[in-house]
Ligand binder design. Structure first.
Ligand code: URA
Length: 438
């Protein structure tokens, strides 16, 4: 196949259902990075890819070109295995905050570059920034130093890492081209593989609160992610997990930090710990630190019972400028002006807790952002959420709403009232860990 030279030729080839050559893909990614392609040309090709798809080879080529559009961190001087996990995003998904220190406590470095919340899902960086003083904008040098000192760094994307993704994601966000498996695959993996990791574990969520609500589509995405990352030399597995009700009992930045610290102290909610162990086991197995799932589980449990994971968390917070006193004094985290319980109108069983409904209520309170540049209110959200299947009495709290604005409080209350359904028969939660891929 000959190689097209001009953007319009490359766009037309994909528009007509053709397969792009590695050179054409590199030209596109270079065009996104150095500005030599106009935004309308980049957007046109994004739409053609969205409509026509990409072969596995094209997706791998796009991922590699985007990953090499910036620096690929070299952490080979770090004499320990390096693993990361990535979640496609959920409601109340605070797993990274406590899983990373648990893994570091097991002797595996976790160089984690995370994102901010957008749309209805929360972001790890926003949660961490609710800790007074915590810095997520470390340079690559500081990131490396932090990893050498503690085996753990949780930072935001830097301008040096996968800059093509930054440009392309911003265009996708405003051109209706986000929900494309090859584009999602290249976007996620270009950033993760530029971190300098040895292995990767992915939490691909499906259900009402997930980015890919449909399970078949989520599985397709998981398979594509695993295939591309593995083809690029990074052993990768994906765990398909349900996101019908929020994970844990809190949604909101500081509130989720408190729940994550509870997980590290051994008091984490059962569902949150189930996902944490499922992902952690795969991280320890893939790095070879544990030979069986049972051994991996025992190591992870020991990191909590011996307090080593909590110590790693403290070391990370100190190293990144945060106030570690929040670990023992959660009241030092941002507090909302109003903390109002939502009472059950009747006795019965929790039939459903709609993750999307709860997320939208949290968004209304100010916990998330509608546009990338919006600020978030770290204090607000929902705590003490009931779980599907639980018995409640009339007048008992279904959750506590944390608000800083009276109008938002009233609206969130109504939204949460609709999101939580109480009936005569107990609802049955979906199986949380649905499938392992890879
Ligand atoms: N997260 C990303 O980083 N990129 C996508 O395309 C979708 C989710």
């Amino acid at each position: 196949m000959s190689t097209a030279l001009f953007p319009q030729q490359i766009i037309a080839r994909k528009r007509d259902g053709g397969v792009l050559t590695p050179t054409e893909i590199q030209s596109f990614v270079r065009g996104a990075t150095d500005g030599s392609w106009a935004d309308y040309q980049l957007s046109a090709l994004l739409m053609a890819i969205f409509l026509r798809g990409m072969t596995a080879e094209e997706t791998a080529g796009l991922t590699s070109a985007m990953m090499h559009s910036g620096i690929v961190a070299d952490l080979s001087s770090l004499r320990m295995p390096k693993a990361d996990k990535h979640s496609t995003g959920g409601v109340g998904d605070k797993v990274s905050l406590h899983l990373a220190p648990m893994i570091a406590a097991c002797g595996v470095a976790v160089p984690m570059i995370s994102g901010r919340g957008l749309g209805h899902t929360g972001g790890t960086l926003d949660k961490l920034e609710s800790i007074p003083g915590f810095l997520v904008n470390l340079s690559l040098g500081e990131y490396r130093t932090q990893l050498e000192k503690t085996g753990l760094a949780l930072i935001g994307q830097t301008a040096e890492l996968a800059p093509a993704d930054k440009k392309l994601y911003a265009l996708r966000d405003v051109t209706g081209t986000v929900e494309s498996i090859p584009l999602i695959c290249a976007s996620i993996l270009s950033k993760k593989l530029a971190e300098g990791i040895d292995v990767l574990v992915l939490d691909v969520k499906f259900g009402r609160g997930a980015f890919m609500a449909d399970k078949t589509k989520a599985r397709e995405l998981a398979q594509a992610l695993v295939a591309v990352a593995t083809a690029m030399g990074k052993p990768t597995r994906a765990v398909l997990t349900a996101m019908e009700e929020p994970l844990g009992r809190t949604v909101g930045n500081a509130l989720e930090v408190i729940e994550s610290i509870d997980c590290l102290k051994g008091h984490g909610p059962a569902d949150t710990m189930e996902v944490t162990y499922a992902l952690g086991e795969q991280m320890l197995l893939l790095t070879g630190v544990a030979k069986t799932k049972e051994v991996a589980r025992a190591q992870l449990e020991a990191s909590i019972t011996r307090g080593t994971a909590l110590e790693k968390f403290r070391a990370m917070v100190t190293g990144q400028g945060g106030d570690t006193r929040v670990v023992d004094e959660p009241a030092r985290l941002p507090q909302a002006r109003w903390k109002v319980p939502l009472m059950a109108a009747r006795a019965g069983f929790v039939q459903s807790v709609d993750a999307m409904g709860v997320a939208l209520a949290a968004l209304r309170l100010g916990a998330g952002r509608a546009k990338a540049a919006d600020p978030v209110d770290h204090a607000v959200g929902v705590s003490g959420l009931v779980k599907i299947g639980e018995r409640v009495e009339a007048g008992a709290p279904l959750c506590v709403i944390h608000a800083n604005d009276e109008a938002a409080l009233a609206e969130a209350k109504a939204m949460l009232g609709k999101a939580i359904t109480i009936g005569d028969a107990a609802g049955i939660a979906l199986k949380l860990i649905d499938e392992l891929i890879g």
